[in-house]
Design a protein around this ligand. Structure first.
Ligand SMILES: Nc1ncnc2c1ncn2[C@@H]1O[C@H](COP(=O)(O)OP(=O)(O)OP(=O)(O)O)[C@@H](O)[C@H]1O
Ligand SMILES: [Mg+2]
Length: 213
């Protein structure tokens, strides 16, 4: 069977795309699955994380990695899909044409969104793209503060849009930042922490969604 492809996309810069991707990749790899991560963002943030991982993160599961120009994505995905069980693609912000190619190949598009109006407005572009390509997309709340009016308003706004929303969400936690700078996911850096629990819940949800397709 060829691997499923999950594309993480969101027009807004700094929404949490690369963070979400490394968390899911490390959580799924920790279950013993073969995972590939693909960076098509010229900023190369995911590539940077992978470089640190190769040097620092000894004893953690191996991830297949590729950095490709958007135009070579198709060929790379054909190859990786034969070699692993799940491929996660990280896309650049403000780059509709690159994101489009990655969305077209996705079995599922994940749209990380912080509970703020700006993130929600920017999410619309990604959901529209996914709909045009007939790809299922799901919003993933990230950097969610423990409470607050802004969060409630954001949830209500997204409910009005009618977009599918992942039940699991990532809180606003320092461990997401500090584990990233060590080339790790939170399931590796702090396996018993709250963040690891949220990431594992999201990984389970992702697996369920992909199996049902
Ligand atoms: N759940 C979280 N809790 C705390 N900080 C977070 C969380 N998610 C992301 N961040 C921080 O927010 C910043 C942006 O995250 P990230 O690089 O993942 O976003 P991005 O969407 O990939 O950005 P770009 O559009 O530039 O590619 C980073 O400093 C990251 O550490
Ligand atoms: Mg990024």
């Amino acid at each position: 069977m060829t691997a499923r492809v999950v594309t993480v996309a969101q027009q807004k810069g700094g929404a949490g795309k690369t963070t979400l991707l490394v968390q899911l990749a490390t959580a799924v790899a920790a279950l013993g699955r073969k995972v590939a991560i693909v960076d098509i963002d010229p900023q190369a943030t995911l590539t940077g994380w992978m470089r640190i991982r190769e040097h620092e993160a000894r004893g953690t599961p191996e991830l297949r990695f590729a950095m490709v120009g958007g135009w070579r994505l198709g060929v790379e995905l054909d190859r990786l899909q034969r070699e692993v069980e799940l491929v996660l693609v990280d896309t650049p912000p403000h780059a509709e044409s690159e994101a489009k190619g990655a969305i077209r190949r996705a079995d599922l598009v994940l749209v990380p969104c912080q509970p703020s109006p700006a993130d929600i407005w920017a999410s619309r572009a990604t959901f529209t793209l996914a709909a045009k390509e007939s790809r299922p997309a799901r919003l993933v709340w990230t950097r969610v503060p423990p409470r607050g009016r802004a969060v409630e308003e954001a949830r209500a706004a997204v409910a009005r849009e009618g977009w599918p929303v992942a039940a699991a969400e990532l809180g606003n936690r320092q461990i997401y930042v500090t584990s990233f700078s060590r080339g790790l996911g939170v399931v590796e850096a702090e396996p018993k922490g709250v963040a690891a629990e949220e990431v594992r819940a999201l990984a389970r949800e992702l697996e369920d969604a992909l199996v049902r397709r």
